[in-house]
Design a protein around this ligand. Structure first.
Ligand SMILES: NC(=O)c1ccc[n+]([C@@H]2O[C@H](COP(=O)([O-])OP(=O)(O)OC[C@H]3O[C@@H](n4cnc5c(N)ncnc54)[C@H](O)[C@@H]3O)[C@@H](O)[C@H]2O)c1
Ligand SMILES: O=c1ccn([C@@H]2O[C@H](COP(=O)(O)OP(=O)(O)O[C@H]3O[C@H](CO)[C@@H](O)[C@H](O)[C@H]3O)[C@@H](O)[C@H]2O)c(=O)[nH]1
Length: 335
């Protein structure tokens, strides 16, 4: 049994905290958002996620899971700290690392014993892991070590608990082999392949995975435009392609394009990572452009079907808000 601090109890952090507690560890979730911690202490989950309320309740009741706003409290006996804070996009598309850097600083200041720091947030390669490791080293008390392990998360909103207990793989990137092994041991009960690699490769694996899935979606949407012009059925085409195991049936559903909290930001961030290194990725820009065009197309079609003036932002902004963030809102004509 390990003592684990989970920093940031949003989608990823709360799911990680509850699942690690279910595996028998003692987990303390810490968040700077006091309102969120108050809700969690009252047994309420701040967002809708199947299976999570029951999992949180069971583990709180068993004394394996608690929540606090205090890093000191969370770090008191921690052998491991999982950083699960947000990395939202900046206007230039780069991932904003400020939450991660502040979390690392607070973890190091509050650490009372050596521990492994696990970076679960999606963070770009190209110096960020090195910067986080330096922040840790600069703020730890003398005699305390905190090796950094990059361990990106692949869960989907809506099946977060299932995905956490049934991962296709875990990716563990570290400079310190012993720290990597300690993280791998934590996942051993899940019986999935574990890739042990360096931090930059682990970071890029996460972006490449999301960009590949986004590419499949943009690809099928591109084919749907051609299909429409030749009178072919895109659903039949996707099914026919999907039977080929080398292609796979998943993420071939054409529609409004990809949205959600990760694909749009992560494809943009990967383009930005490449550009920062002096490489313009025409390919990734095409994936983003096709996606944006798909929403425009849908809005235009709706306009044609309803008669242009009928399409008003208020007419279906309510419908869109029932879905996760999409890029479509920006294509709706204003009333
Ligand atoms: N949501 C997903 O489906 C998903 C899946 C895989 C990876 N990710 C990645 O995981 C990371 C977290 O995503 P999320 O969706 O859980 O974000 P989120 O916004 O739901 O949660 C982040 C939490 O961190 C807290 N926080 C911010 N700064 C803090 C600090 N200094 N100390 C303590 N708490 C702090 C916030 O208050 C918030 O509750 C991101 O990098 C994201 O890209 C998300
Ligand atoms: O065939 C498809 C499949 C998905 N989508 C859209 O793609 C977006 C993303 O869907 P999904 O992957 O189911 O949800 P997310 O919760 O955004 O999860 C993605 O983003 C997470 C954050 O990085 C990753 O951890 C997950 O592995 C990755 O699937 C949504 O807008 C879907 O409507 C399509 O348009 N066509």
């Amino acid at each position: 049994m390990k003592h684990i601090a989970v920093i940031g109890v949003g989608y990823v952090g709360l799911t990680t905290a509850a699942c690690l507690a279910e595996l028998g560890h003692h987990v303390t979730g810490v968040d700077m958002d006091e309102g969120k911690i108050v809700l969690l202490r009252q047994g309420q989950i701040p967002f809708i996620e199947p299976e999570l309320p029951e999992l949180v309740e069971r583990n709180v009741r068993a004394g394996r899971l608690d929540f606090t706003t205090s890093y000191q409290e969370a770090m008191q006996h921690a052998d491991m700290a999982f950083i699960c804070v947000g990395t939202p996009p900046t206007p230039s598309g780069h991932a904003d690392m400020s939450q991660v850097e502040e979390a690392a600083r607070q973890v190091a200041l509050a650490a009372t014993q050596s521990l492994v720091v696990v970076l679960k947030s999606t963070t770009p390669p190209g110096g960020n892991a090195e910067r986080v490791a330096a922040i840790l080293a600069n703020h730890l008390s003398p005699g305390i070590d905190a090796p950094l392990v990059v361990n990106p998360e692949f869960l989907r909103e809506g099946s977060a608990v299932y995905d956490t207990f049934h991962p296709d793989r875990v990716v563990i990137g570290a400079w310190d082999a012993a720290a990597a092994e300690r993280v791998a041991a934590l996942y051993a009960p899940l019986r999935c392949p574990a890739l042990l690699t360096d931090p930059a490769s682990a970071q890029l694996t996460k972006y490449a995975s999301n960009a590949f899935l986004a590419t499949k979606i943009s690809f099928i949407n591109e084919i749907s435009r051609i299909a429409e012009r030749v009178g072919a059925n895109i659903h039949a085409i996707a099914q026919g392609m999907g039977f080929d195991e080398r292609i796979g049936a998943e993420f071939l559903e054409s529609g409004l394009g990809y949205g959600g909290s990760c694909f749009p930001k992560d494809v943009l961030a990967l383009s930005a990572i490449a550009e920062q290194q002096g490489y313009y990725s025409q390919f990734l820009h095409a994936v983003t452009d096709i996606n944006a065009g798909q929403c425009r197309l849908a809005v235009e079609k709706l306009g044609d079907a309803l008669g242009g003036s009928m399409v008003r932002r208020y007419a279906f902004s309510g419908w869109l808000s029932n879905h996760r963030p999409t890029t479509c809102a920006s294509h709706l004509p204003c009333p």
